[in-house]
Design a protein around this ligand. Structure first.
Ligand code: IFM
Length: 437
């Protein structure tokens, strides 16, 4: 493995609803994911995040795993319904106490806390008032950011406002496979704009409370056009605008791209200035490229997704394409030039069906190969001039993978859910050795 620049940040990521459990403990309110997961037929294995990895009670053990890994940073998310159980009103002290303990434990272990404010677990009370379709949710989000930073702002080393607003819009509000389960297709655009507005307002709230850098974590997927007709080209452009540009162009001062569904009536005067508040880091979550061709006649979508041939595949059936990460980082650099802040890869990882052997060891060579390829791709991008300053593996632990329940394992650490026993996989040792070097 080639050398990385001094100070490069190596980390791992998780999110609240996927690991914490304890969903009714210490006054936490319900979130849209509690509601959704409890609806029959929503989650493939019928599971919920009620217990997940029980991290709420086992955070000290998990912090010891981080210390053993030697990472310099840990990216977790704060559950909004712990801080404001009904999505409004003063901070709920018992909820923030948990993150206080977690952050202090991380610092004592020499690990920088990196906090994401919104990783999809909207308080149910806000959803009942229209959720992200309601412009007021953006203001509520800034208020929650302020309350959280008032308590943790002196110790969190990097703040991330939103996680993957594209996924929350498209799966949660476009096709309804994630909470809150709305099926609005392109009428979901207000969810994009209000999340971005909330991000901009939260940046201002955070700046007033802390000197730590502020970021957003976007999901990107380079588009591989399948077919060579004008219609295929138009389809690839439409998908690229929606997935890759819609949530980055306005942040970096270019306004919205020409994307399907964009409704100018939702954008008020002055909003674009709020969205474009300077950020210190752009978080990049990358898993795979997407194959796109022209849709069949009569399709409600202006593109069709097609499987990409010629790649190994993960247990999610996603193509393993490290070259896509290099390509994406170079594209960001080319498109935004000097407007691009330093980039940190805030999620990179893969699901495989890892099973302990007779001795209880979990050998996961496919994950090691995946990570090795993606870390090298980052190095190639740095060599080509892209300012990449960090790389976080998704995820520290096997955890509750949204609509896939417990069926997809992304962790460097295996979790036996009935006993909550944690077993570091061989990829944990591989990543530890990489970080040490
Ligand atoms: O588990 C998710 C995470 O919550 C957001 N990014 C993608 C991961 C894998 O699907």
């Amino acid at each position: 493995m080639p050398d990385f620049p001094a100070g490069f940040r190596w980390g791992v990521s998780t999110s609240a609803y996927q690991i914490e459990g304890a969903t009714t403990v210490d006054g936490r309110g319900p979130s849209i994911w509690d509601t959704f997961a409890h609806e029959p037929g929503r989650i493939v294995d019928g599971s919920t995040g009620d217990e997940a990895c029980d991290h709420y009670h086992r955070h000290a053990e998990d912090t010891a795993l981080l210390a053993g890994l030697g990472v310099s940073a840990y990216r977790f998310s704060v559950a909004w319904p712990r801080v404001q159980p009904t999505g409004a009103g003063p901070a709920h002290a018992a909820g923030l106490d948990f993150y206080d303990r977690l952050v202090d434990g991380l610092l004592a272990a020499g690990v920088d806390p990196v906090a994401t404010l919104f990783h999809w677990d909207l308080p149910q009370a806000l959803e009942d008032a229209g959720g992200w379709l309601n412009r007021d949710t953006a203001a509520r989000f800034a208020e929650y950011a302020d309350l959280t930073a008032a308590r943790l702002g002196d110790r969190v080393k990097l703040w991330i406002t939103l996680n993957e607003p594209f996924i929350h819009m498209s799966l949660g509000h476009g096709i309804g496979t994630h909470a809150p389960g709305r099926m609005l297709l392109f009428d979901a655009f207000p969810v994009a704009h209000h999340q971005l507005l909330g991000h901009g307002l939260a940046v201002a709230a955070l700046r007033a409370r802390t000197a730590s850098p502020v970021a957003i974590a976007n999901n990107y997927s380079p588009v591989r056009q399948v077919g060579d007709t004008d219609a295929d080209r138009a389809a690839a452009q439409a998908y690229d605008a929606l997935h890759n540009l819609l949530f980055t162009d306005p942040l970096l001062g270019r306004g919205y791209p020409d994307a399907p569904g964009l409704d100018p009536a939702v954008i008020h005067d002055g909003d674009l200035d709020v969205l474009a508040a300077p950020i210190d880091v752009l978080g990049v979550n990358y898993y795979n490229p997407t194959g796109i061709r022209a849709p069949e006649e009569g399709s409600p979508l202006p593109f069709e997704m097609v499987p990409l041939d010629g790649y190994p595949r993960t247990a999610f059936d996603w193509p393993v394409a490290p070259d896509g990460l290099r390509e994406l980082l170079l594209q960001l650099h080319d498109r935004y030039g000097d407007a691009l802040p330093p980039v940190q890869v805030t999620e990179s990882g893969c699901a495989y069906d890892d099973v302990p052997d007779a001795q209880g060891r979990v050998d996961d060579p496919d994950r090691i190969a995946y990570l090795d390829g993606h870390v090298r791709a980052v190095h190639e991008a740095i060599t080509a001039g892209v300012p990449v300053t960090g790389y976080f593996v998704w995820s520290l632990l096997d955890n509750w993978e949204w609509a896939e329940g417990f069926t997809k394992r992304f962790g460097l650490v295996h979790v036996d859910y009935p006993t909550q026993r944690r077993t570091p996989k061989s990829s944990y040792a591989w990543f530890r050795d990489l970080v040490r070097r």
